[in-house]
Every structure is written in C-alpha cells, then in structure tokens.
Design a protein around this ligand. Sequence first.
Ligand code: NAD
Length: 432
Amino acid sequence: MSPLPPRSSRLTAFFRLGVAERRRRLLELADLPADGFAAVDPGALSIEAADGMIENVLGTYALPFAVAVNFIVDDIETLIPMAIEEPSVVAASSNAARMARPRGFVTEVSAPVMIGQIQVVHVADVDDGAARLVAASEELLAEARRLVPRLAERGGGPVGFDVRTLAHSGPDGGVLVAHLHVDCRDAMGANLVNTLCEALADRVAELAGGRPGLRILSNLTDGRTVTVRCSIDDAQLASHDAEGAEVRRAIAAASRFAELDPYRACTHNKGIMNGVDAVLVATGQDWRAVEAGAHAYAARDGAYRPLAVWRERDGGLDGVLVMPLAVGTVGGALHVHPGARLALELAGARSADRLAALCGAAGIATNLAALRALATEGIQRGHMALHARGLARAAGATGDLVELVAAELAATGEVKADRAREVLARLMGEPR
Ligand code: NAD
C-alpha cells in the first residue's frame, strides 16, 4: 500500500456520518485499498497473533479507533488516527486543528538519537575511570558502529559517547555511567540500543576500572525531541459567548498558571498526552516509554513544567510544544498488528520523524482545545455573573439584594429576567 496524502483533511460534519459512510469517504480521500478498514474490524488482531505478542493471552482487547480531521502538519493535509477510550479527544483535536488552519502546525524534529546507559559500579578511582573512558570514546564508538552495520548503511548508528560521575563512594562504591548516543533512524530503538549496551558493557567496565552494572536505554530521550508551533488568530478563538481577544488572554493566563505551578502543569500536560497517547496507541507504539520520557523531560530542570506554552501576539495566540518523542515506523509491534499498520497508512507516516511530528501536532491541538474550553467556561461564568447582576437590578433589586438575586440565578443556571423578578419578590417577602 502506498497511499497519497489526503487531498484535504478538512472534513465538515464528518462526525454526523455513520461509520460505513465515514469509511467510504476516507477510502476515497486517502486512496486506501477497498478492504483497508478490515484491519480495525473486531477480531482483526487474531488470537494467534496476540498469543505471540505477550504471555498468558486470553483474548484481545478493543478500543474505539477513529480519525481526527482538519490537520495540516508542515503544509501537508493530514488525517490523524487515534485509539482512545476517553470521549471528546478526537472532536477537540479536530476542532483545534480547524482553528489552526490554514497555517496548520509547523514542526521541527531532531535526529532520532536515543541514549543507552552503561553503569559501572565499584570504580576504584572515578575521576581516573571517567578520564580513561573519555580517552577511549572513539575506540568504543568504532566498536559500537561495527556491531550495527545495517543501521549505519541507513544513515544511523552510534554517534556519541560521554561519561557522567554519579557517586564517589557509597553502597555501590564509585559509580560512573557511560552514555552511548545512537541514531535509530525509523526504529524506536529500545532493543537496538540495549543490544549495543550489552555488547560494550564489559569493555567499558574494564576501562573504567570497575564492575558492569545495568545496561539499558534511558527513556529520557532528550536528544530525540519534537517542537511543534502553531499560531491562532483571535477570530478563530472566539466562541458564541466570548470574543477572540478575551479567549486569547485567558489561554495565555492559563499557560502562565501552568508555568508557575506543577499541580496545574501536570493537568496541562495530561491534556497534551490525551492527543499524543491516542496516536501512539493507534499506531502500535510503546506509549509508556513516551509517557515516562515526557514527564521526566517536563521536570528536567528540577521543577515540573508545562511541555507547551502559549503567548499572546497582536491579534492572536502563538503556541509551542517541545517534548521527547521516541517512536518507530519499523520494529516493535508493527509487524504483527494490522490496526497499527493501517493507522500509519492513514496518517501517511512513512518515517519515525513524520510520526513524531504528527504525535506532537495532536498533543498541542488537544492542549489548545482544553485551554480554550477552560478559558471560555471561565469567561462564560464571568459573563453570566455580570448578566445576573444586570437582571437583578432590572428587576428592581438594590443594595445587597443585587448580589443575593444574582447569586441565586447563577447557582440555578436560570439567568433570566422573569426568574430574577420571582427571586426578588420572594427575597423581599422574607424577613431579613
Ligand atoms: P526492534 O527490536 O524490532 O528493532 C528494529 C529493527 O528494525 C532493527 O533491528 C533494524 O535493523 C530494523 N530496521 C529496518 N528498517 C529500519 C530503519 N529504516 N531504521 C531503523 N531500523 C530499521 O525494535 P526497537 O525499535 O529496537 O525496539 C522497540 C521495542 O522495544 C518496542 O516494542 C518497545 O516496547 C521495546 N522495549 C522498550 C524498552 C523501554 O522503552 N525501556 C525496553 C525494552 C524493550
């Protein structure tokens, strides 16, 4: 299958169609083969395939599989596949993607460099051990490259080696950790990196003058990041209850709240992961790895921070998301999971770079949608309170009766003139 990117991902009222009609429209649009959606029919992942994937299999476990529409990512009209149990993530991201048009989302994806850690414990002299490892880094890198010739042919392979001192003494003696940086191209790379770390560990420990400890990748993939930007005009931010400029100000304020407070930043980032995880699950990725990396990255300077921030500009709002995103379009579960393969086809993601860009775009879209909903709700509540006071006064309330009537109207949600008169009459009849 080699589908073309969809002619346009702008699908109005797609949600109103039935499943069969949605499928028909997408088959046309994305040039998928006629049986394309069989891969997400119930039972498409066979029991035999599932039994080969994990242990003690009893069955398969389904989630709704959907597509978020309206996305433009790096000037390409894009359909974003999502698998998720939570309502409104697909709708919210499609809505935010519509607001971001026609510029859409602009991404920068770093080289796909993963970190492998080789721990060395009981190092007799950590300073000397670290210096010897640094001096041998070219030798170690050359050895690592010899172990993955095919990856090197694809333009990837080991690209860096450095050493960190973790302890001079303690229960594990002197502790060093060597980091092997590996460009994994289109693979997520965990197995690849682990294999390299295993192979180099004895030599590294010998050079450092200690004993080999753990050898495994780090999921804090701060060398493998995605940056996604979008710029939304006030007109797009406006809702029927709130002006665009008001919504813009409220979203920027919500971003500052997340920048100041880890309790808020956590929920802000959860909103980002709503979109990111939905794409990761649909495309068969190790979402635990990305989750672990995202939160460690959010806390990398000692305080937990939002992964995306929003700033006001003249007439609009600019957002930027930066997060680590280790994903693969080869390896992992992809060779067995038909739904994951369909998801990649639907998204037109033929490289890990592109898949990472789409995950990031989905993440900033769900963040924007959540902040806008919170902002307009707050604005709406403010408007309602003002409106309720106005109605109370119009009904004849004065003094503290204004607040009493307005509070009751707001509490019941019935912010109406006749209700204001009723409440006022009742309160005036009550002894005070
Ligand atoms: P993998 O083991 O399937 O290896 C990918 C293979 O794809 C490589 O051997 C490579 O030779 C081949 N390949 C083909 N085309 C390629 C291309 N264009 N670019 C790069 N490689 C190409 O997969 P992996 O990505 O090494 O490991 C991912 C798996 O490891 C996931 O299933 C993950 O859940 C699991 N895992 C994760 C952790 C962790 O995150 N801590 C730990 C262990 C295992």
